[in-house]
Ligand binder design. Sequence first.
Ligand SMILES: [Cu+2]
Length: 307
Amino acid sequence: MIRRNILSDEGLRQRFIDGVLALKDPARFPWPGQQGLSIYDFFVAWHHQSMMLFTPPTQRDRNAAHSGPAFLPWHRYYLLRFEGYLRTAVGDPEFRLPYWDWAADAALSNPRQSRIWAGTALGRFTGPRLWQVRVVPAERGLTRLARPRPLQRALGSQGALPTREAIRAVLRDQLLYDAPPYSSASNGFRNYLEGWEGPARIHNSVHVWVGGDMTDSTSPNDPTFFLHHCNVDRIWYAWQRRYPDAPYLPAQSAPADLAFHRIDDTLYSVFRETTPVTPRSVLNPLRPGAPFRTADRYDYDSLTDLQ
Ligand SMILES: [Cu+2]
């Protein structure tokens, strides 16, 4: 039940690729009711829809999963659900999502030459015969492409990968989880990690650095998304370990315009959960709350680079 660095093990790399390819295959993992689309595409749509749902609808900043406190728990929930499918796809209940330690690549003289982009790793997905983008954002909502197209990336053409030092600085200096106005203008750990605040623009800058499909509301079209967000989740986990007494914010008593982001609010979902998933239920990966079970637990192989 350990999430590992994808570059630590060739077998892990291969199984991640195999699992993702299986989930993308409409014959093996169909999106019910959507001929020719797969569960993978369903996850792409879920992410896109979260960004279209402004919370509250009277503003254009905070949405159900970004620019607000729920950014971290929502993506943790999203990864947990994806990881469950991945386990089924690879046929191993112990399998866990790997992460991409982009700060290690930031230290390379040319991060574009990192092994992660090799043809045996994420480079595979730019092969047009292997991987096709099927759903993209449209003016209103989501469009299904009549002709699916290859995945687009523009590695390193804009932005920079966050450095180890930048991440450590945020882990050290941000003692509160979040702060009013609980938006992209907030102080606090969540907003510095999400990357609307601070010099390194941590999570956001990785989307920008990879470029192409990764910069859209349909960014999970690029499987890099899952490895990237797994590392974001690892950094949150390291912060939770470092400040075990710092509560998730805001509390449930916060005003109603913070709906979707308060600790006991239901996180935006396209799954019909038996028990609604809230920020509180995903605060501890070692003991996720219902509807997650013992089988969904995870830990990380290492946090030493974040200390
Ligand atoms: Cu996102």
